[in-house]
Design a protein around this ligand. Structure first.
Ligand SMILES: Cc1cc2nc3c(=O)[nH]c(=O)nc-3n(C[C@H](O)[C@H](O)[C@H](O)COP(=O)(O)OP(=O)(O)OC[C@H]3O[C@@H](n4cnc5c(N)ncnc54)[C@H](O)[C@@H]3O)c2cc1C
Length: 586
């Protein structure tokens, strides 16, 4: 063993980012590898709910207790990632009274503050609720930004000496003398992302211990090591509306069912979701009826949704797990709790543990449990401090308000920047030298913020997007993608910038093609005309090989990107955004 024990964490979702921070804070030599960008997996495709635990208060009380505990911790350590909107469990006249009482009692049993409101009181809070709602239970649900949360964890880990490699896919698990000793990664072809791996090369990374935090992909890493990790991936759809029709998390108070929650998120609100088991976390159908179901069913709670504009839809895959032999048939009944699998004890293959299941809300607790385990294995005595030490940007929320007063930026732009940056606002905006125009109008992101993100994430504009929210608002990048690329052009090679711009276009388009009707169709056509025609990105002679498949408007899985043909089933679109095979991950 080396002097400072080394740990290799696979997976840059909330769990992996939480682990790398925790271990770095305990003084270990830790490396995180992620095959895409940070949040490439389920973490970048979730609902954004900071659970109070209310959703599990009847069906899964251990998870409910963990949620309320971590809800309180995250409100303390991640103030700039959390918006405490509050939540309502709303009962309609046809919903069961008995279940309402069970929910209330369940919340109380689990220590979740819960207060009953009359229908009228609920509508005073949320005026667009249906007129006939009967009553509601108020709980401390909130909204959380998964992107900012992961970046803050990873950034803090890097500051404490950790190595973080994005676009580095584990292709093999190295086993020597019956023990796992590391992994082999393949660094992406393009020079984007964080880390110092040589693009297009393979690298063997040795460590004293390996942690498999790949969520729904954990079984694939298990296969590479020759052990079984039987994750049961379960997909769910979410649809984003162009404005916040509600300011509180609105849940339907009924036992279980699809389309029962609306989460206000930044400038939008997100409708969800479904729960359907899938074989492969990256290859499953995204179907039009799932989106319709969200709008039709949730309109029963908030009628104006039936006429409102949707801007995009996306799907995520839950990394559900239950111990072998449990055999739950319905995925909605599988526990949301998390499990630590020590492959030494379980499979007689020491050197690696997997962490599966759980929620984003409980990511820190998951990280603490597995970090305790790793320290025990490596004989390290160091306490976990992640519940007390604020994440970067969250140290002191009053800093934010003071800073705004001092610099007189009460404008919406200043306020929005300060909300995102938290206590880093002073450094980022105050430290910027030169003109600071708004680059993304919808989300009020300025040049200083874009450059801060570029400094930390390199030329990957999707990484800039998740750090700043630029191109994530109402126009979905119609007017800002090229402005973001423009911020790169002075310091980087033109082809790299063009590629990165195309990646960003493709990523934005992927989610929009499921919401093409009414006003959103006009918006999408305008965007297509701007990008493909006015800016000539679909026929640009200077474009590099990886240009966007602009012809793939709702292309099915049979679409041929190069030929520009569309799929034969308009309701079934491939999860790769109409792209062909090898480009699908980007
Ligand atoms: C529809 C839906 C809605 C949800 N809503 C909520 C919610 O509102 N609130 C909440 O608390 N939770 C929610 N969840 C659950 C939550 O999103 C997940 O539990 C959590 O994000 C999982 O994080 P993770 O880090 O374990 O997995 P992931 O985020 O999937 O991270 C695993 C990472 O491993 C990487 N990886 C895979 N294979 C390799 C490889 N070979 N080499 C390198 N890297 C690899 C992947 O790219 C991925 O980034 C939701 C889940 C779904 C599906």
């Amino acid at each position: 063993m080396t002097e400072t024990p080394s740990v290799l964490v696979i997976g840059g979702g909330s769990t992996g980012c939480g682990i790398v921070r925790d271990l770095a804070m305990r003084g270990l030599d830790v490396t995180l590898v992620e095959k895409g960008n940070l949040t490439h997996g389920t973490t970048g495709r979730m609902h954004g709910l900071l659970h109070s635990g209310g959703r599990y208060a009847v069906s899964d009380q251990p998870s409910a207790r963990e949620c309320i505990e971590e809800n309180r911790v995250l409100r303390r350590i991640a103030t700039h990632c959390v918006e405490m909107t509050g939540g309502l469990f709303v009962q309609r006249p046809e919903d069961d009274d008995e279940y309402f009482e069970e929910k209330l009692q369940g919340c109380r049993d689990c220590g979740i503050p819960a207060e009953v409101l009359s229908g009228e009181e609920a509508r005073e809070m949320e005026p667009y609720l249906a007129k006939d709602v009967k009553r509601a239970i108020r709980v401390p649900d909130g909204a959380i930004d998964p992107f900012r949360l992961c970046v803050a964890n990873a950034a803090d880990a890097i500051d404490r000496g950790a190595r973080v490699e994005t676009h580095a896919e584990v292709v093999d698990v190295l086993v020597e003398d019956g023990e796992i000793v590391g992994v082999e990664v393949e660094h992406g072809e393009k020079d984007i992302g964080i880390g110092n791996g040589e693009p297009g090369t393979r690298e063997k990374l040795y460590a004293d211990y390996v942690v498999n935090a790949t969520g729904a992909w954990a079984g694939q890493i298990g296969d590479m090591a020759g052990v079984e990790v039987a994750v049961r991936p379960s997909k769910g759809v979410m649809t984003i509306m162009n404005v916040r029709q509600v300011d509180t998390v609105v849940n339907r108070c009924r036992p279980k069912g699809d389309a029962d929650i609306i989460v206000p998120h930044e400038t939008t609100c997100i409708l969800g979701t479904t729960d359907e088991e899938v074989e492969d976390p990256e290859d499953y159908p995204e179907e039009g009826w799932e989106v319709d179901l969200m709008i039709d069913t949730l309109s029963e709670l908030v009628p104006m949704l039936s006429e409102a504009r949707t801007i995009r839809s996306f799907w995520g895959v839950r990394p559900l797990y239950e111990p072998p032999g449990t055999g739950t048939v319905d995925p909605t009944d599988i526990t949301r709790d998390f499990f630590l699998l020590d492959h030494g004890e379980r499979d007689d293959l020491p050197g690696m543990a997997s962490i599966v299941g759980g929620k984003l809300t409980t990511y820190r607790m998951m990280a603490e449990k597995i970090s305790n385990h790793v320290c025990e294995k490596l004989g390290v005595e160091a306490e976990c401090t992640t519940a007390d030490v604020p994440l970067p940007g969250s140290e002191d929320f009053s800093v934010l308000r003071e800073w705004m007063d001092e610099f007189g930026i009460r404008s919406p732009v200043g306020r929005r920047s300060a909300q995102r940056l938290g206590s880093r606002t002073d450094d980022v905006l105050g430290g910027w030298d030169g003109p600071n125009p708004v680059v993304c109008d919808c989300e009020a992101v300025t040049r200083a913020e874009i450059h801060d993100a570029i400094d930390h994430s390199g030329t990957d504009l999707n990484a800039v997007r998740i750090r700043t929210r630029s191109s994530m608002g109402n126009c979905q990048g119609a007017f800002c993608c090229h402005r973001m690329a423009n911020e790169l052009i002075h310091d980087h090679d033109e082809l790299v910038v063009r590629d990165s711009l195309d990646e960003l276009y493709q990523e934005r388009w992927k989610g929009e093609r499921h919401a093409l009707w009414g006003e959103q169709l006009s918006q999408a056509m305008l965007k297509h005309m701007l990008h493909a025609t006015t800016m000539n990105r679909d026929g640009d002679p200077a474009a590099s090989d990886s240009n966007v498949d602009f012809a793939a408007f709702d292309a099915g899985e049979t679409a041929t990107a190069a030929a520009g043909t569309t799929g034969d089933d308009p309701d079934r679109a491939a999860t790769d955004g109409g792209r062909e095979g090898e480009n699908a991950d980007s």
